[in-house]
Design a protein around this ligand. Structure first.
Ligand SMILES: [Zn+2]
Ligand SMILES: [Zn+2]
Length: 214
């Protein structure tokens, strides 16, 4: 997917780690995401509603992508908006088109682009090299930005919430000139390029709005 984005300036401080990941996932990924300035609160309906909107594409083995918009209040990003842009997709990639329509909604509603969500209709739940470059573009702007991968056919893990490791993963992506699917070398320190996020929690009271521009 392609990137929109306005420049935001966010200074970093450590915050309390609000962890929704299961114990099993933490054990599998012992290196938690580093703690970020702001925690993130997202609607309980977000992932469910997105899968529903993606259903026809998923049936046809085509990816679907969406952008998550949030407002910032008292140290928390509240994810209130899912924008599904016009898009072109294959079984392994999805690209937003007419991005000015995304900017217009973000500007109108004063939303931060704090993340994106996409399906892997037939692949497992992971971040492809293209996904990592997309995620880099978000994370450069908003360090808390995250990627949700929905993989309904992955029997071991149907979804994941990911972020590039910082600074290791971020610097690998910053220095990578390649496009399309390609290989990234493992970080020299043996750590991961990307990790599960740990400062995102579900808020069932959050209002939630969907703009389906397709
Ligand atoms: Zn992907
Ligand atoms: Zn790369």
């Amino acid at each position: 997917m392609h990137i929109m984005i306005n420049i935001f300036h966010i200074s970093k401080f450590l915050i309390q780690n609000l962890d929704i990941q299961s114990h099993a996932v933490r054990q599998q990924y012992p290196r938690n995401c580093k703690m970020y300035t702001y925690s993130i609160s997202q609607s309980a309906r977000l992932m469910e509603d997105f899968l529903e909107l993606a259903r026809d594409n998923t049936k046809n083995d085509l990816e679907t992508c969406g952008i998550l918009g949030a407002f910032l209040k008292m140290g928390t990003f509240y994810v209130t908006t899912l924008i599904i842009p016009k898009q072109e997709s294959t079984s392994q990639n999805c690209q937003a088109i007419n991005e000015e329509e995304i900017f217009a909604i973000q500007n109108e509603q004063s939303l931060f682009p704090v993340g994106w969500i996409h399906t892997h209709p037939s692949q497992s739940c992971f971040m492809s090299s293209i996904d990592l470059h997309t995620q880099y573009s978000y994370q450069v702007m908003v360090p808390e930005a995250f990627a949700i991968v929905m993989a309904p056919t992955d029997t071991s893990r149907s979804y994941g919430i990911f972020r590039l490791s910082d600074p290791v993963g971020m610097s690998i992506l910053k220095d990578c000139p390649e496009e399309g699917f390609h290989h990234h070398n493992e970080p020299a320190d043996g750590g991961p390029i990307y990790e599960h996020c740990s400062n995102i929690y579900i808020n069932s009271n959050l209002r939630f709005e969907i703009f389906d521009l397709r």
